[in-house]
Design a protein around this ligand. Structure first.
Ligand code: SF4
Ligand code: SF4
Ligand code: SF4
Length: 238
């Protein structure tokens, strides 16, 4: 009996040590993500639940998602194939190496989430790694878009680009066009795209379609750490 107890105690120690190793790998994963300036990888809708309203929520959601995803690939099977010029692509891709090998992620510049109304990826997930509960896809939080380099945005330069605005599935709500005077000319008007992070799902369509060589609007998997209404606004406009 004592032997059994000792064996059980030994297993517990082993489990604790492996947990510590996993925890530090996870911390490294987080650090690397933030060092790259983009947070974590963008995950499909409902990954780790619908909680990505703060950086802390994002840590918890990512940890929950990684613990529940069994790397079966079912979400990718049902994700619809999109035409991309002469090529085709799916929004869901799978990590090919590293700590999270086999888990699904989205790289919007290649193929964004098109926000399928019937949420096939969430339905196909055999665990609740992707879990939206009863929420509509429009209430999912995959991240939030932000204008990362305002000087590169044609609309902010004074041209009527607005491609991101027009292609956003939540047109007029997730991205609003704010009318401002062009500070440089003092007479012309610019229509600056401004993201409402309370509405944006982080689907990444704006990032995919941005006409700049390198997208000037990108999705972060977490909300901005502070709620400054001028956070997105380009200081060159008024
Ligand atoms: S909602 Fe549709 S496009 Fe988006 S990840 Fe799920 S299956 Fe793919
Ligand atoms: S990520 Fe871009 S396209 Fe998608 S909802 Fe947000 S602003 Fe609209
Ligand atoms: S598509 Fe790109 S360049 Fe055009 S308004 Fe949107 S962010 Fe600016």
């Amino acid at each position: 009996m004592n032997e059994n107890k000792e064996k059980g105690y030994g297993e517990e120690i082993q489990f604790t040590r492996s947990s510590v190793v996993v925890f530090f790998i996870f911390l490294f994963h987080i650090f690397r993500g933030f060092a790259s300036g983009r947070g974590f990888k963008q995950r499909p809708p409902g990954a780790g639940g619908n909680h990505r309203k703060s950086e802390v929520d994002s840590y918890i959601a990512e940890a929950s998602f990684l613990s529940k995803c069994i790397r079966c690939g079912q979400c990718g099977v049902v994700c619809p194939t999109q035409e991309r010029g002469e090529e085709t692509a799916k929004a869901i891709q799978f990590c090919k190496s590293g700590f999270d090998q086999g888990t699904p992620y989205i790289e919007p510049r290649k193929a964004a989430c098109i926000m399928c109304v019937d949420k096939p990826c969430v339905v196909a997930c055999p665990t609740d790694a992707l879990d939206l509960g009863k929420l509509d896809i429009e209430q999912s939080i995959m991240g939030t878009a932000e204008i990362v380099s305002p000087k590169g945005c044609l609309a902010i330069q004074g041209l009527r680009c607005e491609v991101c605005y027009n292609r956003c599935p939540l047109i007029g709500d997730a991205i609003k066009l704010e009318k401002r005077v062009n500070r440089r000319t003092k007479v012309h008007i610019i229509y600056e795209p401004v993201v409402d992070s309370d509405v944006c799902t982080g689907c990444g369509i704006c990032e995919q379609v941005c006409i700049a060589d390198e997208a000037v609007i990108k999705v972060r998997q977490y909300y901005p750490p502070f709620k400054d209404p001028d956070f997105y606004k380009f200081k060159g406009s008024s």
